[in-house]
Design a protein around this ligand. Sequence first.
Ligand code: CTP
Ligand code: MG
Length: 238
Amino acid sequence: MHIKAKKLQTRPYCSAVIVAAGSSSRMGEDKLLIELGGRTVIERTMLAFQSSEYIDEIVVVTRGEKIPVFAGIARDAGVSKLKSVVTGGADRTSSSWAGVRECSENAGLIAIHDAARPLVTGEIIARAVTAAQQRGAAAPAINVKDTVRQARGGRVLRTLERDELFLMQTPQVFRSDLIRAALSEAVKLQLSLTDDCAAVMLLDAEVFLVEGSEENLKLTTPSDIYAAESILDRRGEL
Ligand code: CTP
Ligand code: MG
């Protein structure tokens, strides 16, 4: 009898960095400690990565005084993949860099995620990790719905091609050597970037988009809380 050897499906070790060192200035209160359906935002975000089979370890980056609070929330929620909670920086780029430096040496892929996106799904994590494994750098994005125009001083300059415009989300996933080189360069140049794809683009590396979701929203202003509650209600989690 001929038995065909089953090919082992291997994937690189994947670390998740959750950046949570912001100041929630537009929200007006610490948005990561707001409760949505009985769980804080930071707890929901950590649990999304805990329950993904594509993620092997989790590093949380936060402000120094929040380290014991977030470590306690992780412990109580059973976030067994948590490697450490470390101090972030004054801007998102330095916080990402602090998290990436903390990832295991053997990580082949690193996923960087905004703590303020607690509604990320397992499907989105899976899509981004799989695409990054194949192509080096991948991020979820959604199409722009409105007409977008560039203007200066109230005067319209031009209309942008809507089909070519995307709103970037997270997790943004990269081969670890690429994101380490990119963020160390961005920090050296003292750049303050709003996402991590911007850092790898500095090195002229290509970034590929995967399908994101309107539900993967970033909690930024108070009205986003109502939107998040209605999504959780629809999911039966409120
Ligand atoms: N972030 C971070 N370190 C910073 C700034 C931001 O880790 N120095 C994180 C935030 O905690 C958040 C994510 O990056 O999870 C996206 O940032 P944003 O939505 O802008 O959050 P905040 O910076 O906290 O909010 P704001 O800009 O309104 O102050
Ligand atoms: Mg910010």
